[in-house]
Design a protein around this ligand. Sequence first.
Ligand code: IPE
Ligand code: IPE
Ligand code: MG
Length: 256
Amino acid sequence: MSLRDKINKEKLPGHVAIIMDGNGRWAKLKGKKRIYGHKNGVTAVRETTEAAAELGIKYLTLYAFSTENWNRPKDEISALMSLLVSTLNTETKTLTDNNIRLLAIGDLDRIPEKVCRKVTETIEKTAGNTGMSLILALSYSSRWEILNAVKKITENALDNKLSVNDINNELFTKYLTTCGIPDPELVIRTSGEYRISNFLLWQIAYAELYFSDKLWPDYTKEDLYEAVLSFQHRERRFGKISEQLVQPEIICGEDD
Ligand code: IPE
Ligand code: IPE
Ligand code: MG
């Protein structure tokens, strides 16, 4: 039985988020410049996106560029921005062929105008696609996003558009760039690093974490299947005890 056949289609994670890491090390191992790794990372993006859409996953978020990545050498940043534009040019057809719509989260005001225009254009072109949503995290970091939400909430409170008592989980979530997108259920990080690097900190409160030693350009469909299978073997208790998961009638304490 193949890995793909072992996956239970009824128990898919609704949203998978991936920290695509290891492009630079992959290139270095081959005696090449870092950008060679980024270019080869595009193949893994295509493979993973296709695999997720074929499985029936509804949302896939890819961490493509973080707020902190602006601190990288200038030539690497501009090569990454050009790569983003050329990838969107070549891959828009793949998105539409697979009925995938593109979305973006992050501080898009910081990315060069030409790149921002291309991202917006692709979002518009694919807006009518009804299958999977592919969300690119661009110039994204959680602390930026959370601070931004706090600023907007404060402004609205000062303008008497909301009261302090209105602030709860549901309201806060609406002020994040992921507004309308369900929380990730599975987070994957490649390259053998065990950290979150400022990614979706609010949204992954109860996500299952999966770490792969593979460097991103080597990541394949099979690797995604392995991660999904691992997710399907976990017991997600959300603070409750195991017995309550099989016998929901066991009386809860305060909150359901
Ligand atoms: C991930 O690969 C891609 C981006 C962060 C843009 P890296 O460029 O971080 O590769 P390593 O971690 O240095 O190997
Ligand atoms: C995380 O990778 C960001 C992206 C994948 C876009 P980094 O390579 O920037 O993370 P650190 O610096 O190793 O934590
Ligand atoms: Mg890295």
